[in-house]
Design a protein around this ligand. Sequence first.
Ligand SMILES: Nc1ncnc2c1ncn2[C@@H]1O[C@H](COP(=O)(O)OP(=O)(O)OP(=O)(O)O)[C@@H](O)[C@H]1O
Ligand SMILES: [Mg+2]
Length: 337
Amino acid sequence: MTPAPSRTPLLEVRGLRKHFPLRGGLLQRTYAWVRAVDDVSFDVYPAETLGIVGESGCGKSTLARLVLRLVEPDAGTIRFGGEDVRGATRARMKQLRRDMQLVFQDPYASLNPRLTIEDAVAFSLLVHGTPRGAARQRARAMLGRVGLDPRLYGRRYPHELSGGQRQRVNIARALVLDPKLLVLDEPVSALDKSVQAQVLNLLQELKAERALTYVFISHDLNVIEYVSGRVVVMYLGQVVESGTADALADAPKHPYTQALFAAAPTMDPDRRIERPPLAGDPPNAIDPPSGCRFRTRCAFAMPHCAGAPPRLSSVGADHDVACYLYEAHAAVEAVTR
Ligand SMILES: Nc1ncnc2c1ncn2[C@@H]1O[C@H](COP(=O)(O)OP(=O)(O)OP(=O)(O)O)[C@@H](O)[C@H]1O
Ligand SMILES: [Mg+2]
């Protein structure tokens, strides 16, 4: 699944940043900043699934919204099919949003309770100018494709469906516009395990059938490993490691990635080895630690981890890590070479 270097990315994100002000008091003064997304860069290649994994609050949803410009970035660039998304006009942005669709975690909150599911799926087509009859027909066909027979379900309301069925509606709604890229923000996290598997399989089928590209966000490493070709690991608004799903599972480098794998329940006996558990307080993106943000919970923290933040550097083919354990290693190698 490793993309050949000559291939051009469908999505290129560089130095993306979003800090939210926290205001309080009578004058609503800013008293702190939440560094939700802080200098994040990654590429997504056509037809791949890029997984983004990290604990709650590490900035995954903010990142998803920034990519689709539902939230304006403070800094950074986003290129989609080579086009500068941040420079797009309003009219152009509307077209771009056809090509880039977002599926949210909570399947109920993202559906209008007063629209039948057929109307919910047809709605986005109507917004984009499809005539009513054609929109209805395409919506019904799309519902059928995601496993909801339109004759049985088309006239039902969201509250009459199960969680899994609602998420199928959301997927139908995103796909009816024939997008190129689907950003899936925790699409199965609210569902039971058995339903999760069905929805994940449906997503895999649809991806192959329609040559889609996915950015798949989850805090669940097992889900991420199952669906992703490559994975980006986030910690407090930053990328700490990226690589192929296989490389990360076989040889995770960053102590945080190692801790994530150690914490994830696994059926694989080869993986049940002792790894350093997560120590210290849970993360907070308000005033994160200086230097490496993970150092306060890291079993291998060294004094200079509090200094300049470590940069992402290569530790193998398509495998990068931001950690002084490996920078020191790389420096020693360079000297002895
Ligand atoms: N509009 C906002 N105003 C202020 N802070 C915000 C806003 N949106 C997000 N945050 C903060 O930014 C940080 C990142 O939030 P985000 O929702 O992106 O994380 P996440 O990784 O998606 O978490 P989860 O796994 O819980 O969904 C959190 O500390 C959150 O409280
Ligand atoms: Mg989220």
